[in-house]
Design a protein around this ligand. Structure first.
Ligand SMILES: *[C@@H]1O[C@H](CO)[C@@H](O)[C@H](O)[C@H]1NC(C)=O
Ligand SMILES: *[C@@H]1O[C@H](CO)[C@@H](O)[C@H](O)[C@H]1NC(C)=O
Ligand SMILES: *[C@@H]1O[C@H](CO)[C@@H](O)[C@H](O)[C@H]1NC(C)=O
Ligand SMILES: [Zn+2]
Length: 457
C-alpha cells in the first residue's frame, strides 16, 4: 500500500476551506431563518464515544440488484441500513449503456462512459481497431477512480473484485492483500466479506479509509433465469445475509456507528422472454446491412459501417443509412420495428451523454425495453434476463442506501444518477475530487455538513 502523503498539506487546507464553508452556511441559514426557526438546532448534540477517529467508507456493489428486488422477500439487514440511513426513493439511476463495466467505472470515477472510456463491456475502438475486452492496460481506463484519488492524497484503499480496480494508475498499484483480483466467481461471498472485516482488526492507521466490495449476485441468477425467477429471490436473500454479516462483524468490532456503508448496484434486469425480436435482415428491402458492420445487436445496437476506401464521405453515407433504417423500422412492415430507433451518435438524446468519445461507434440503435435485435431468424431462441437498455427504464434502476455518521437517518431522497457517488465519497473522506460529472451541490443534499453528524447507534 502506498504510504507517501503527497497531498497532506493540501488536504488540511481543504479541511479549513470546508470548515469555513460550513460556518458560512450555518451563518446564512441562521440569518435567513429570521428568528422564527431557532438556530439551536445547529448546536451539536453530544457525540457518542467513537472507536474510529477517521472517516471510513465501505462501498458495496450488488451486481444487477434491480430496484424493487428488496420487496421480493424479507431483507431485514438492508432494511436496517435503510431505516438508519438515506435511501434513493425510487432507486439509483445507472448511466447508459446500463452494463456492468461502464457503470462500475462511472460509480468509481463520477464520469459518464464517454469521458471515462469504458463505453461498453467489450468494444472495438473504431479508430485504432483494437479490441477492449476488460483489458488491464491503463490507456483504456480514463479518469480517476476513488481508490486512486484516495492513495494519491495519502489515504489508503482496498478493493475486492471491483471492476477496473486491478488497473495500475497514479499511486495505485493494486497492492497484494488490499486489492483482490482478478475476479473469481468461485470465491464465496462470505470470504469476500470476512476479508473486508479483517481490515478492521488492523491498528487504526492501517485500516483502509476507502474499501470497495463487489458481489456478483443477484446478477448471475437474473441473467440465467430472468428477474422473476425464485432463484433470484434466493440470491436477494443471500445478499441480505451478507449485509447482515457485515453489520454483525462491524458491531462485534464496535465500529458499526463510525463506518459509512454505501450499498448500491450497477443496473437492473429485465426479461427478454417475450420473444419480441427485430431482425436486421427484415430491413433488406430498404437497405442491406452486412453482419460485420454490427459490433453489438442488443440491448444496444452498435454499428460501425465499413464503406471502403473509395467512399469519399462516410459521414454522409452513415446519415443515409440511419435514415433508411428508420424509414424501414417505421414503415409498419418490419416486425417490432417500432421498438428500435437508430441514431448517428451525435444525434442521440443529450440525456444519454453518449456521443463525445471516438470509442463510441458512429451509429447507435436504442432498443425497446426487453427486446432483442438479431441479424436473421437462424438462431436458437433464448429466454433469460438482460440489461444494457436506455437508463430511462425503471427496470434498469438499482438501489442506493447510504448509512453512517454523515448520512441523515431515515431519509429518502429523489433518485439520482450514479455519477454523483464519487463526490459524495470524496466529501466524506475529505478528498479533493478529480474533475467529474457529479455536482458538488448534490453532495450537500445527500450529506450532513462537515463536522455535524447524525447520531447512529
Ligand atoms: C477461484 O476460487 C476458488 C475458491 O476459492 C479456488 O479454488 C480457485 O483456485 C480460484 N481460481 C483461480 C484461478 O484463482
Ligand atoms: C444469420 O446471421 C448470422 C450472423 O448473426 C450468420 O452467421 C448466418 O450466416 C446468417 N444466416 C443466414 C441464413 O443468412
Ligand atoms: C464530464 O466531466 C468531464 C471532466 O470534467 C468533462 O470533460 C465532460 O465534458 C463532462 N461531461 C458532461 C456531459 O458534462
Ligand atoms: Zn452488472
Amino acid at each position: 500500500m502506498t504510504k507517501s502523503k503527497p497531498g497532506r498539506s493540501g488536504f488540511s487546507g481543504y479541511i479549513l476551506y470546508k470548515l469555513s464553508l460550513t460556518v458560512l452556511i450555518v451563518l446564512s441559514v441562521a440569518v435567513t431563518a429570521n428568528g422564527s426557526d431557532s438556530p439551536s438546532s445547529y448546536v451539536r448534540r453530544p457525540q457518542p464515544p467513537k472507536k474510529l477517529n477517521k472517516p471510513v467508507v465501505l462501498l458495496i456493489s450488488c451486481d444487477g440488484f434491480r430496484f424493487g428486488y428488496q420487496f421480493k422477500t424479507e431483507t431485514p439487514n438492508i432494511d436496517l441500513l435503510i431505516s438508519r440511513g438515506t435511501e434513493a426513493k425510487t432507486g439509483l439511476i445507472p448511466v447508459f449503456p446500463t452494463m456492468t463495466f461502464p457503470n462500475h467505472y462511472s460509480i468509481a470515477t463520477g464520469l459518464y462512459p464517454a469521458s471515462h472510456g469504458i463505453i461498453m463491456n467489450k468494444f472495438t475502438d473504431p479508430v485504432s481497431g483494437e479490441l477492449f475486452n476488460r483489458n488491464l492496460n491503463p490507456k483504456w481506463w480514463l479518469g480517476e477512480p476513488l481508490w486512486v484519488t484516495a492513495v494519491n492524497q495519502g489515504l489508503m484503499a482496498a478493493t475486492y473484485f471491483w471492476p477496473g480496480a486491478d488497473v495500475h494508475k497514479g499511486s495505485w498499484n493494486c497492492p497484494k492483500g488490499f486489492c483482490k483480483a482478478p475476479y473469481n466467481v468461485s470465491v464465496p461471498l462470505e470470504e469476500r466479506v470476512d476479508t473486508i472485516l479483517n481490515y478492521f482488526d488492523l491498528p487504526e492507521r492501517e485500516i483502509p479509509d476507502f474499501m470497495a466490495l463487489y458481489f456478483d449476485e443477484p446478477d448471475i441468477q437474473g441473467h440465467e433465469y430472468g428477474p422473476d425467477d425464485p432463484r433470484v429471490t434466493e440470491a436477494v436473500s443471500k445478499v441480505d445475509k451478507m449485509i447482515g454479516r457485515i453489520i454483525m462483524g462491524l458491531e462485534k468490532r464496535k465500529v458499526f456507528s463510525d463506518v459509512h456503508v454505501i450499498l448500491l448496484g450497477d443496473h437492473g434486469m429485465v426479461t427478454n422472454c417475450d420473444k419480441k425480436v427485430i431482425y436486421i435482415d427484415d430491413l433488406a428491402d430498404w437497405i442491406k446491412i452486412p453482419a460485420d458492420w454490427i459490433q453489438d445487436y442488443s440491448p444496444v445496437l452498435a454499428m460501425n459501417p465499413r464503406w471502403g476506401k473509395d467512399v469519399k464521405n462516410p459521414g454522409q453515407k452513415n446519415a443515409e443509412l440511419v435514415r433508411k433504417m428508420n424509414e424501414a423500422l417505421s414503415s409498419g412492415k418490419v416486425a417490432n420495428g417500432e421498438f428500435l430507433q437508430v441514431y448517428l451518435k451525435e444525434n442521440l438524446p443529450q440525456r444519454l451523454h453518449y456521443s463525445d468519445s471516438s470509442r463510441i461507434p458512429p451509429i447507435i440503435g436504442m432498443v425497446g425495453e426487453g427486446l432483442m435485435v438479431k441479424q436473421n431468424r437462424t438462431y436458437v431462441q433464448e429466454c433469460s434476463g438482460t440489461h444494457g437498455y436506455d437508463n430511462m427504464f425503471f427496470s434498469m434502476r438499482s438501489i442506493f442506501v447510504g448509512y453512517g455518521p454523515r448520512f441523515r437517518r431515515g431519509i429518502k431522497v429523489p433518485s439520482f444518477e450514479n455519477v454523483q457517488v464519487y463526490n459524495a465519497v470524496a466529501e466524506i473522506l475529505g478528498l479533493r475530487p478529480a474533475p467529474n460529472n457529479g455536482s458538488s451541490l448534490f453532495t450537500r443534499s445527500l450529506l450532513l455538513p462537515f463536522g455535524e453528524t447524525s447520531q447512529v447507534e
